[in-house]
Each structure stands twice: as structure tokens, then as C-alpha cells.
Design a protein around this ligand. Structure first.
Ligand code: PMV
Length: 296
């Protein structure tokens, strides 16, 4: 019997722009994870620890089939999947599942896959879920380190001062694939406007990288606000997400923005340790759940 795990993630800067070859920053959320258990069995059997919708089961089964073929491994195994990562919420549930499965297969079948290979295969898997992913999710989850990501390229970031982050979920599930397609449509209709915005987001990510490496948390917060304004311009925010950002800022947050595809899902708040409880309380009436974590 073999088990393997993979963490969750959150995108701090650059979502959507990364799909167009610009830079973004993502960090692992290690308290959230997917766990895969593999053991010998007479045929292929897959079980889950939570109730999944039919299409989610189908996608997972397609993913497993793809991996069995890709890795040229036998299918006489029992696979159990458990996860603490909310689905379709921008916390990397699909990329985490891909990485956990690949790691579990690598261990069980003694394939000795290196991180680069795990990441490469996870990117192929992500395409099954999302169509045209940038690769930022599988990269941050494969390496389990904060990354400065530009299509096909990653730089591991040194976080000088720990970042206190509140992740707040508005209880609206989103399809990343659909939101990305919506942006693509609008981009095709107005390439000049969208290219300019993506370039501005790119510059924000570059500046954010410097802030993270220098421990300039206050400036980092300001960059989050700028990024959020641009995400609103490309129409991936929602009035509820905008309102949450306003409430957070009015209550002393350093910065706030949506995180991930948008149109639902999560927003993130950068806070001081001292102010975190006050902030969590202030947003409580507007969110389904919130979660405090420290990024190091
Ligand atoms: O919703 P999430 O957390 O899976 O993030 C999607 C991020 C996008 O930039 C919108 C898409 C991508 O593939 O990078």
C-alpha cells in the first residue's frame, strides 16, 4: 500500500494575465491537501471520501485513465482519494489531485519521477480539467514553494517576512474554464485594451516579487489593490468580491483582491497578525467561510 499527498494553493498576483504569457505569483497552502492511497486489487477501483457530482467523478476517472496510459502502468489497483480542498474554489483542488495521483503512482510502481516530470505530467492533466491552463497551479503544487511564474518558467521565491493572509470564500462555485473562455472572448474583441491591462498586471507581479523578497508588506498590499482594479476591468470580479475588498480595506487590511479565476470563489486579504481577528469578524456576514494562513 502507498499513500501520497499534494497541497493546495492560492494565486497572489497575475491570474488571467499568466494565460497570456505574463508573470504571476502563487503560493502553496500546506494546511490543505489531497491524499491518494493505492493498494493492490483484482481490478481498477476508485473511491472518494466525499460526495462528488457525476461530472467531477467522470473527470477524475478520465484523469486516472490518462495517467495509467501515460505512465504505462497496470490497472489492477484500488485508489482512494481524500481531500480537504474545497472543489472549484480557486484553491487548486484539481491540480492537487493530479499531483497527488502522479506521486502515488510514482511511489507504488517505483517510477522515481522527479519533481520536474511530476510537474510536466500534471500540466498535461490540468488540460483535461481546464482546457488551456497557464500551468501556474500545477507548478506551485508540484514544487510546494512560492513561485514567480511565467509560462513554462518558474522562479522559487524567498519570502523575507511571513505574509498573514485571510482567504475568504463567497460560496459561489466557479468553472475556471468558463471564466477563462469569457476573458478570451473579450480579449479577442478588444486586444489593445486587454493587452495593455495584462502588461500592467505583469508589472504588478514583478513589483510584488521584489516586495516579497524584501519583506515590504505594506507596498505588497497596495499592489493587491491595483491588481484587483485591473481584474475588475477585465470583468472577472463581482460586486460581492468588490464589496468584500472595500470592507477589508476599511477595516485596516494592507490589501485585498480576488484570487484565482474570479466570478465567485475566493478573495484574499493581506493583514497584520494583530488585526486578523477584527478583519475576519468584519467580513463574516458576507462570506461562506474564511481561513487564516501564514505564507512563509
Ligand atoms: O481558479 P484557479 O485558482 O484555478 O485559477 C485560475 C487562474 C487563471 O489564471 C485564471 C487560469 C490559469 O490557468 O492560470
Amino acid at each position: 500500500m502507498t499513500t501520497a499527498k499534494a497541497c493546495g494553493k492560492i494565486i497572489l498576483f497575475g491570474e488571467h494575465a499568466v494565460v497570456y504569457g505574463k508573470s504571476g505569483i502563487a503560493v502553496p497552502i500546506k494546511d490543505l491537501s489531497t491524499q491518494v492511497l493505492v493498494e493492490p486489487f483484482c481490478l481498477l477501483s476508485v473511491s472518494y471520501d466525499r460526495i462528488l457530482e457525476e461530472d467531477q467523478k467522470l473527470k477524475t476517472e478520465n484523469l486516472i485513465e490518462f495517467l495509467l496510459k501515460k505512465l504505462k502502468i497496470k490497472s489492477n489497483i484500488k485508489i482512494n482519494i481524500s481531500s480537504t480542498i474545497p472543489i472549484s474554489s480557486g484553491l487548486g483542488s484539481s491540480a492537487s489531485l493530479c499531483v497527488a495521483l502522479i506521486r502515488a503512482f510514482s511511489n507504488y510502481f517505483v517510477l522515481n519521477l522527479k519533481i520536474e516530470k511530476v510537474n510536466e505530467i500534471a500540466f498535461e492533466c490540468e488540460k483535461i480539467f481546464h482546457g488551456t491552463p497557464s500551468g501556474i497551479d500545477n507548478t506551485v503544487i508540484s514544487y510546494e514553494k512560492p513561485v514567480f511564474f511565467t509560462k513554462g518558467n518558474k522562479e522559487i521565491l524567498n519570502v523575507k517576512t511571513p505574509m498573514n493572509i485571510i482567504i475568504a470564500n463567497i460560496g459561489l462555485r466557479i468553472s475556471t474554464k468558463e471564466v477563462v473562455l469569457g476573458v478570451r472572448d473579450r480579449y479577442n474583441q478588444n486586444k489593445e485594451k486587454y493587452s495593455k491591462i495584462f502588461n500592467e498586471i505583469n508589472q504588478i507581479s514583478i513589483n510584488a516579487k521584489i516586495c516579497i523578497e524584501n519583506g515590504d508588506i505594506k507596498k505588497l498590499g497596495k499592489l493587491m489593490i491595483l491588481n484587483q482594479n485591473l481584474l475588475r476591468e477585465i470583468e472577472v470580479s463581482l460586486s460581492k468580491l468588490d464589496l468584500l475588498c472595500e470592507v477589508a480595506l476599511a477595516n485596516g487590511a494592507y490589501g485585498a483582491k480576488l484570487a484565482g479565476a474570479g466570478k465567485g470563489g475566493n478573495m484574499i486579504i493581506l493583514t497584520s497578525v494583530e488585526n486578523k481577528d477584527n478583519l475576519i469578524k468584519s467580513i463574516e456576514p458576507l462570506v461562506k467561510w474564511s481561513y487564516y494562513t501564514i505564507i512563509k
